[in-house]
Structure formats: structure tokens, C-alpha cells
Write a protein that binds this ligand. Structure first.
Ligand code: ATP
Ligand code: MG
Length: 422
């Protein structure tokens, strides 16, 4: 980028005297000067060494100044270089034509040296400002895009998080009643059985009615089955409690600073939430999840956001597996997700690898997968934000890295590396 007002000026004129006078004036004012004696040469020279401004004569043999200007303006590499026409053709039509072709100014011959210098300086300054402005706009647009991404991400996180935390909370109370009452219910039942036993002991010859009823309800069977039945109810309640705990672990609201946490809990809670997508259905068998967890310390992180990363990577893996199952024979399919965690880099980092044997990603698409809004999934299925968000959370929030290796038709492995302390 040019930052000063001195620059390279290309003077295009077929008249050697004009060239001498102007180049002398510009050089003594501190500019670097290049010269071309025809339109064709000027175009070649601009391509080779783009100047910061062009002073262009109109009447020249070969292609004239207007045509030269037209060609320079139609080339994306040269179209932004400011052009000032210098000509004796001072009538309004010519001047308007010059401006229409994209020139920034028009100097009529014979010219005053001072005038040329002032105009050159003004237009260099203008072009410098425009260039800076364009850079700023690009920079701001990028910043805006990033903050938009952050907003969508936090919106996604907080709405999902709130919903999940709310559901988990609502489930907790009734689960608490069940859990608290199952054991007393079992105790009451045992008491009642005890009472029946006592009756039977004290009244070994009951009425025929009672005898019949005992047979009807199969009292002996009830006595054996009831504790088992209550046991399985208690198991069910325990599972609901696990799900509710996972939901709460998953949707942990993050504080403004990183907090020590166990990432295995995060992965497990995410898997629990995705369980319905791992189950077998009529088109494909169950997706096996193999966890090879290393012995990891707690790491300081934003747990809620990390869970969002696991969610995105695991859902992508499931999507890729589902897609790879299309048109295949049920019996031939083995869907696998392998999650490996280990310490790396002299125990300063943890590495999490999530591998699937799904579709894989073709070489041509590999450069794009982290791009904002890049998706290969149908409308309503993917927004193309998952990996962009994951990358932002890992790289910017956690100073970690995320990469992948993939082979089309074989599968994909995402690798996350996180520092233990941030
Ligand atoms: N494990 C994977 N296997 C195969 N392709 C993948 C895998 N992970 C990502 N991709 C490819 O990268 C693209 C971008 O993924 P990303 O998660 O950013 O968006 P998405 O899944 O399409 O939509 P979203 O996550 O926003 O719902 C996907 O559309 C898919 O083509
Ligand atoms: Mg995704």
C-alpha cells in the first residue's frame, strides 16, 4: 500500500519536448517518473510496473489517449490508476469525453508547470484516501461479518441453552418425586406382603372367596414380580436423571472467564443429547460410538461453547454417515464414530479427535469447509455455520487449533488441540 504522496508517475506523450519539461518538473518535486511515447507502450509499461498516476496525452500516433484510457480502465488490474489527460483539445466535448472514459482530470496545453504539479499532488492524495477508505471498508466488513457470526452463535447458544436448561429443570422436580417415593413405595409393599403372610400364618384356612382371589391374582407371582417391576421403574428414573444432568452439563451457561472443566463430561453429555440420532432405524444400523479417553486433567475453558463445538462436529459426522448409507445394503453398513482424547505437546495441550467413516470430503471442497455459510446440505438441513462457529470458538476463544484429514468415501477425522490453561 502506498502511504506517502510521492509516487511513480507515468507520462505518456509522443512529443519529446513535452516529456522533458514535465518529467523535469515532476522529478524536481520529488516524484519518480516513467515515460512512454505511445499508447501501446504505455499499456505494456503499466502492466509491468503499475504507476500511481498517469499523465496521458490525447493526440498520439497509433492508439490515441482516449483509446489508451479505455483499455486501461477495462482491465481490472489497471482500472484504479488515476489518469489525467493533457491535451490541446480544450473544447467541452473532448473534456466531457475524457471524464466519461474515467479520467480524473483534464489539463489543457500549453500548461503551467505549477498547475500540473498541484493537480498531480491533489489526485495522488485523493487516490491515496480512496485506497485507505477501501481498505477500511474491507476491514470493517470483515469485522462486521465476524461479529454477526458471533451474534448468531451466541443467539444459537443461548436460545438452545435456555431451552435445554429449562427443560432439564422442569424434568428435575417430577423426577425428584419419583426417585424419593420409589423406595418408600417398595417398603409399603413389603409391609403389605408381611401383613398377608401374617394373615396366612394366623388364618391358614381362609374362606373360599379369599382362596379364589389369591389364585386369580396369582399372589405368588406378584410377590416375586413386584420388586423387579419397581426396580426397573427405579432404573428408568435414574436414566431420566442422567439425561437431565447431561442436558444441564451440555447447556452450561458460560461465565466471562474460562473455568476448569472435564471435557469428557462435555463430550458425554453431547452424545447423550444426540442419542436419538445414533440409534438404528429402518435404513441403517446403529452408529457405534467408540470412546478412547485418555487420562486428562481438567482444562480451563468455556464449557458451554466447547460443547457447542462437540455438537457441531458430532452432528456433522452423523450427517456424513447417514449420507454414506444411502443406497447401501443394511447388512453391509458399519457406522462408526471414534472419539480419542489424549495429552499432547509435553502435556501442555489436550488433543480431541473425532473420526467417522462417512462420506469424507473431496479435495476440492476441503479448503472451504470452515467458510462462513459453506454447506453441501440441502435447504433447511444445513446453514453452513457449524464449522465456522467451531473454528471461532476453538481458535479465538480458546487459542487452540482445529484441523481435519479426510478421504472421499473413507471418512473424516477432525482434530482439536486445546491448551490446558488459557
Ligand atoms: N465429518 C464430515 N464428513 C463429511 N463432510 C463434512 C464433515 N464435516 C463437515 N463436512 C462438510 O463441511 C460442510 C460445512 O460444515 P458445517 O458444519 O460448517 O455446515 P453444515 O453442517 O452444512 O450446516 P450447519 O452445521 O450450519 O447446520 C458440510 O456441509 C459438509 O459438506
Ligand atoms: Mg454442521
Amino acid at each position: 500500500m502506498r502511504t506517502s504522496l510521492t509516487g511513480l508517475i507515468l507520462i505518456v506523450d509522443d512529443n519529446p519536448t513535452n516529456l522533458d519539461v514535465i518529467s523535469e518538473a515532476l522529478s524536481s518535486a520529488g516524484y519518480k517518473v516513467a515515460i512512454a511515447t505511445s499508447g501501446e507502450r504505455a499499456i505494456q509499461q503499466v502492466e509491468r510496473r503499475p504507476p500511481d498516476l498517469i499523465l496521458l496525452d490525447v493526440m498520439m500516433p497509433g492508439i490515441n489517449g482516449f483509446e489508451t484510457c479505455k483499455r486501461l480502465k477495462s482491465n481490472t488490474k489497471t482500472c484504479d490508476i488515476p489518469i489525467i489527460f493533457m491535451t490541446a483539445l480544450a473544447d467541452a466535448d473532448h473534456i466531457v469525453k475524457g471524464f466519461d472514459l474515467g479520467a480524473v482530470d483534464y489539463i489543457t496545453k500549453p500548461f503551467q508547470e505549477q498547475e500540473v504539479l498541484v493537480r498531480v499532488r491533489t489526485h495522488l492524495q485523493l487516490s491515496l484516501l480512496t485506497q485507505n477508505l477501501e481498505e477500511q471498508v474491507t476491514h470493517k466488513t470483515l469485522a462486521l461479518q465476524t461479529s454477526q457470526l458471533q451474534m448468531i452463535q451466541s443467539e444459537k447458544l443461548s436460545s438452545l441453552g435456555n431451552l435445554v436448561a429449562g427443560v432439564a429443570h422442569e424434568i428435575n422436580n417430577p423426577v425428584g418425586f419419583l426417585n424419593g417415593n420409589i423406595q418408600p413405595a417398595l417398603d409399603y409393599v413389603q409391609d403389605l406382603f408381611g401383613l398377608i403372610d401374617l394373615y396366612q400364618k394366623n388364618y391358614p384356612q381362609p374362606d373360599a372367596d379369599i382362596e379364589n382371589e389369591i389364585k386369580n391374582i396369582d399372589l405368588e407371582y406378584i410377590r416375586q414380580d413386584l420388586p423387579k417391576l419397581v426396580g426397573s421403574m427405579s432404573e428408568g428414573v435414574k436414566r431420566i436423571r442422567d439425561i437431565s444432568n447431561s442436558l444441564r452439563t451440555f447447556s452450561r451457561a458460560d461465565s466471562d472467564y474460562p473455568v476448569a472443566c472435564n471435557i469428557h463430561d462435555g463430550i458425554d453429555s453431547t452424545l447423550m443429547i444426540l442419542k436419538h440420532r445414533l440409534k438404528a432405524n429402518e435404513t441403517y444400523p446403529e452408529i457405534q460410538v467408540i470412546r478412547e479417553y485418555g487420562d486428562l486433567p481438567e482444562i480451563s475453558c468455556y464449557a458451554g461453547q466447547l460443547n457447542q463445538v462437540f455438537m457441531n462436529l458430532l452432528s456433522n459426522a452423523i450427517d456424513a454417515l447417514e449420507e454414506s448409507n444411502h443406497g447401501r445394503n443394511y447388512q453391509e453398513i458399519t457406522n462408526k464414530i471414534i472419539i480419542i482424547t489424549e495429552l499432547s505437546n509435553g502435556e501442555k495441550h489436550v488433543m480431541v479427535r473425532i473420526r467417522d467413516n462417512g462420506t469424507g470430503i473431496g479435495i476440492d471442497l476441503q479448503k472451504k469447509v470452515f467458510d462462513y455459510l459453506f454447506t453441501t446440505k440441502g435447504v433447511g438441513k444445513g446453514t453452513g455455520l457449524g464449522l465456522a462457529i467451531a473454528k471461532q470458538i476453538i481458535v479465538e476463544k480458546h487459542q487452540g487449533s482445529i484441523s481435519f484429514t479426510s478421504e472421499l468415501g473413507q471418512g473424516t477425522e477432525f482434530i482439536i488441540i486445546l491448551p490446558i490453561t488459557i
